[in-house]
Design a protein around this ligand. Sequence first.
Ligand SMILES: Cc1cc2nc3c(=O)[nH]c(=O)nc-3n(C[C@H](O)[C@H](O)[C@H](O)COP(=O)(O)O)c2cc1C
Length: 358
Amino acid sequence: MKIFEPFSLSGLALKNKIVMAPMTRSRAIGNIPNPLMKQYYSQRSGAGLILSEATAVSANGTGYPRIPGAYTEEQIAGWKNVAEGVHAKGGRFFVQLFHTGRVSAALNLPQGGETIAPSVVPLTEMEMYTDQKGMQPHDIPREMTLGDIRQVQDEYVEASKGLIEAGIDGIEIHSANGYLLDQFLDPKTNLRTDPYGGDYKGRARFTLETTQKVADTIGPENVGIRFSPYGVFNGMSGNFEDLVELYTYLAQKLSKMGIAYIHIADQRAAMAAPEFATQIWKTMGENFNGTMMGGGDVDTAEKAEELLNDGYDLVYIGRPFIANPNLVEKLRNKEALTPLDPDKLYSPGSEGYIDWAS
Ligand SMILES: Cc1cc2nc3c(=O)[nH]c(=O)nc-3n(C[C@H](O)[C@H](O)[C@H](O)COP(=O)(O)O)c2cc1C
């Protein structure tokens, strides 16, 4: 089957076309990647490519508890160690870089952190978990100044540079699922009247400039990006008037930059988004000259193969990897998959994390 065949991702040799989706697991005590995480990712290196859990570019971007960062030397050293574990088993490893923006509670932020966003539009549709006080309201964000915008872009550049120098294979820019970059794209959360808001070109500016700066620093072949068109998670709009224009424009601009891939997070699978109004991933693929990655609810080789036949080059798989570290072998042999334990998704410690039979 095609899904088990090797693939060249802008020159990076992947042993198969299965990508382990980025999944927050909240084991990074003190926001530092640790040996437990090395074990977890190494166990899953049968994937052609592993995408790390969302990783903060700065203290301001660390809105969840126990998520890793890539803004201190210790954090970068932690990721170096993780990547070495994956490489030793023939895997490839990208770090997904994000900034939580308005999806943030002050109690979760490391010292000196502040909740910032494109506009003062707090997330009220849901609450945020904190270790100290359980569920809490999200912070009311401060509107970012032009100085803040440049600073976050620099944070992306610095984190990317540090990670690549430490031997990580590439960076995924997280512009999906309602986090800071997505907050700029969506007219519900971006009410700005400066060049970073307004029409779709203005709202795309922050993501495009950030990606360009990262690509200029580490090489476009080492950069991918994730989007969630029609996404509703974290209080996003789902659909809006110029959505097709926005994502077509993004695909065209990113194609010119020559980045490695566009990754479409399909929120119909895990995040209860309604049916897509258009086949936006196909429109983006037609306008993008690189690799297209898609997935969602894939738990058999046949379903993965269908996505390849639908025009995707690589297929991501998320939840099935949690309780099946040797997922690729199981799919190949058509073995039954072990169900995950929902209580252990974000709990600290090794239970429900590295203790699944392989
Ligand atoms: C526990 C968990 C954590 C997740 N964390 C992230 C994340 O850090 N970054 C991200 O882009 N998506 C995240 N997602 C979404 C997944 O990457 C994926 O898109 C989703 O699970 C659907 O794929 P699946 O049906 O194969 O699980 C997460 C999903 C789960 C279940």
